[in-house]
Design a binder for this molecule. Structure first.
Ligand SMILES: Cc1ncc(COP(=O)(O)O)c(C=O)c1O
Length: 295
């Protein structure tokens, strides 16, 4: 690893850090990239330690490092650590954000023709349950979402704009920043699926103007499979209650009431896979050390 934020990458060092390249030319980063050895080690070391001293004890040993993962991910997207929630994959992170919105009959959700299918299925389910309408913004000639078309569709019933920035297949890049400008101008919550962007290019939630952003670990970020996260802007977080809560997301105050955690971890559950979580943190640190511009 170069350890610098220069705009060049030491390819020989990268190859040394990536055991998988010894055996094959692997291009499937849009599926799941080859992990750097630092990521692999973070995962296997912790799993070994769990087997040696027990899962609770191993987590206690790594408490500071586990806590720092929130700083690393926050830095990766230009957010505050309290706005980050770690999840077992991007789909779960996205669903937690989406399902926390209190949709009412007549509300409109605006999306893109290239939306990730799992997200679209969730739209249809909410449409059926809550009487919401799901509408696809027209594309421009290149197949990307047309911001002018989006702007013309806005009215007082639009409850959410939710799009995929870079779809899974095909190389399309949707104009995520222009969408953010329109969403902000009208005060409409904006949920951005950044799965194929994270780890591949700089991601800055302020510049994007999104209120929620979800990402996976296993693709260009080079984390283990079964990792992801949600960013939720503090102003939205303060008025958002997850649709499902456990004793980590909230605490019992008395027999008749509970209190939410103040930070975005209200979307998490108490039990988690600590080894893959440490792998996610190591992958975020690795990408940050290389520098997203250089990557
Ligand atoms: C655009 C997009 N969104 C969401 C996902 C789902 O990510 P995960 O498997 O971490 O849930 C993918 C994975 O292919 C994706 O490409």
């Amino acid at each position: 690893m170069t350890g610098s934020r220069s705009n060049s990458i030491d390819l020989a060092a990268e190859r040394r850090d990536t055991p998988g390249v010894a055996h094959r030319a692997h291009f499937n980063n849009a599926g799941a990239a080859l992990m750097p050895r630092q990521v692999l080690q973070a995962v296997t070391d912790h799993l070994s330690r769990e087997s040696e001293i027990g899962g609770y004890e191993a987590a206690a040993e790594q408490a500071a490092r586990l806590d720092r993962i929130y700083d690393s991910i926050a830095m990766l997207v230009g957010a505050h650590r309290d706005e980050i929630s770690i999840a077992e994959n991007a789909t779960v992170a996205w669903q937690r954000a989406f399902c926390s919105m209190d949709f009412q009959p007549g509300d409109r959700i605006l999306t893109t023709s290239a939306e990730f299918a799992a997200n679209y299925i969730a739209f249809l389910q909410i449409a059926r349950r809550n009487g919401v309408s799901v509408e696809v913004v027209p594309d421009d000639d290149s197949g990307a979402l047309d911001p002018g078309g989006l702007d013309r569709m806005i009215d007082g019933r639009v409850r959410l704009i939710a799009i995929t920035w870079i779809p899974t297949n095909g190389g399309l890049i949707n104009p995520a920043t222009e969408v953010g400008r329109i969403a902000r101008a009208h005060g409409i919550p904006y949920l951005l699926d950044a799965c194929q962007a994270i780890g591949q290019m700089p991601v800055d939630v302020e510049a994007l103007g999104c209120d929620m952003l979800t990402a996976t670990g296993r693709k260009f970020l080079r984390a283990p499979r079964g990792t992801g996260f949600l960013y939720i802007r503090r102003a939205l977080l303060e008025r958002t209650e997850p649709s499902m809560l456990d004793l980590f997301g909230a605490k019992v105050v008395d027999l008749g009431s509970y209190e939410l955690r103040p930070d975005a971890r209200r979307f998490e559950t108490w039990e988690t896979n600590y080894s893959t979580r440490l792998g996610l943190g190591a992958a975020a640190d690795y990408a940050l050390a290389l520098g997203l511009e250089a990557i």
